[in-house]
Design a protein. Structure first.
Length: 209
């Protein structure tokens, strides 16, 4: 049984059309299936590596931190590489990445990561000085005051020592005036006793003669 040439031609045309359609589908699906959205979050920055996207469409990327824009919506083509610094923080931050692929939602990305606190930024609050430094500073500032205090107090002390000298005559006079009656009485008694003795002696001499 012989197959007509016309049938061979129709079969060849269909086979060629199938090959073209298959190769087109592979070429179309190749770039779409190669989307690689890679990103890293450290304590102080966000690294974006969006590669092998479809350059024939418009793609978009957005990064937010705790609900606030860190990277406002930005458009890109086949690749997008960027490093973004995070604000200083003493608590972990929530970083949210949204990538919208222009060739379908299946290639878009919506992901969240945590940014830890950097170890070197943890002791940012000033620490009070140790207790040993406070006593050492106090004698240093107070040392000049004792040096000047004795010199000032010694100068008025000299007139104070001289104050008893004018009061000594008053005390001597007060003592002599109070003892004057006693001394006078003693002197009178001595005189009377002496006179009595002399009178008795004379009387004895007179009696003997």
């Amino acid at each position: 049984m012989t197959i007509p040439r016309r049938s061979w031609r129709v079969a060849g045309t269909l086979a060629a059309a199938a090959m073209v359609g298959l190769s087109g589908a592979v070429l179309t699906a190749g770039p779409a299936a190669a989307h690689t959205p890679t990103w890293d979050v450290t304590c102080d920055e966000v690294n974006l590596h969006l590669t092998q996207y479809n350059a024939g469409v418009t793609n978009e990327v957005t990064v937010t931190v705790d609900g606030k824009d860190l990277l406002p919506t930005e458009k890109f083509g086949g690749d997008f590489e960027k490093t973004i610094a995070l604000p200083e923080h003493d608590q972990p931050l929530t970083v949210h990445l949204v990538v919208k692929a222009g060739d379908g939602e299946d290639y878009s990305k919506n992901d969240t990561k945590q940014a830890p606190v950097c170890e070197e930024s943890a002791p940012s609050t000033p620490t009070p000085p140790p207790a040993e430094t406070k006593p050492s500073e106090t004698p240093a500032t107070a040392s000049p005051s004792p040096a000047g205090t004795p010199s000032e107090s010694a100068s008025p002390a000299a007139p104070a020592a001289a104050t008893p000298s004018p009061s000594s005559p008053d005390l001597a006079e007060t003592g002599s005036s109070s003892a004057t009656p006693i001394i006078g009485g003693a002197a009178v008694a001595v005189l009377l006793a002496g006179g009595g003795i002399m009178w008795s002696v004379r009387k004895r001499r007179t009696a003997q003669h």
